[in-house]
Design a binder for this molecule. Structure first.
Ligand SMILES: [Zn+2]
Length: 229
């Protein structure tokens, strides 16, 4: 029913999350111009992402889709996904990311997608876990199943932003525990987070998993900050 969606767009115009332009019926989240200029991670930094985890746990492979740069208007997209009750942005961005990654062979051999969990308290407050949506978007394209309850977060560490690098690492030690190790035992899993900065939270989760299970771990994050905070 084209005329109904046209009418809804007329009464409640949707706007590009990045530049604020009114979206046409074919556009979602981003106008074509902003979609075209999406700051995708370049090859040189793709190679660098894996090295963030070297020496911390046994990593198989790691990748990210776009840059998270201070002052970039594209941060609005990630902010709305995470805090603005628009987790569907994560789902759709992850689908685009998976489509562009499929040919590279990045997903070959991966048997399960595991989104980084939020603490129960944080999930109740926010109403959703954005990483679940990112995981589902990847799964939609790759067909790899999502496992949401094999690991849990015992406490929240959402106040990382104002901490120093050392404080960040101390703050996340031991915050994850395995709940259903049998689900992932012996598997190659893909661990999901929204934004990669120091990699402290992902590392903490990966260590908890590899202490309890014999797992290969790869990492996917929607965004990557290469000039680390
Ligand atoms: Zn735009």
């Amino acid at each position: 029913m084209k005329w109904i969606s046209d009418l809804i767009d007329l009464i409640f115009p949707r706007h590009c999350h990045v530049c604020g332009e009114v979206l046409s019926r074919q556009e979602q989240d981003l106008c074509l111009n902003c979609l075209y200029k999406l700051p995708k991670v370049e090859k040189m930094h793709l190679d660098e992402i894996e090295t963030v985890f070297w020496g911390k746990f046994n990593i198989t492979s790691a990748t990210s889709y776009i840059y998270y740069r201070k002052e970039s208007p594209y941060n609005r997209l990630l902010h709305k996904m995470k805090y603005g009750n628009h987790p569907e942005i994560g789902y759709r961005m992850a689908k685009m990311a998976a489509e562009s990654l499929m040919e590279s062979g990045f997903f070959d051999g991966i048997e399960a997608i595991v989104p980084l969990p939020l603490s129960k308290k944080k999930k109740r407050e926010r109403g959703y876990n954005q990483c679940d949506y990112i995981a589902e978007g990847l799964s939609h394209i790759t067909g790899i199943p999502v496992l949401k309850d094999c690991v849990m977060r015992n406490k929240s560490n959402e106040t990382q932003t104002h901490k120093t690098r050392d404080e960040r690492w101390k703050n996340v030690e031991g915050i994850f525990s395995l709940t259903k190790p049998e689900q992932i035992e012996g598997k190659h899993i893909l661990l999901i987070d929204d934004i990669l900065t120091t990699g402290a939270t992902l590392t903490s989760c990966a260590i908890a998993i590899q202490q309890g299970c014999n797992c290969k771990i790869s990492v996917f994050t929607l965004a990557y900050t290469y000039n680390k905070i």
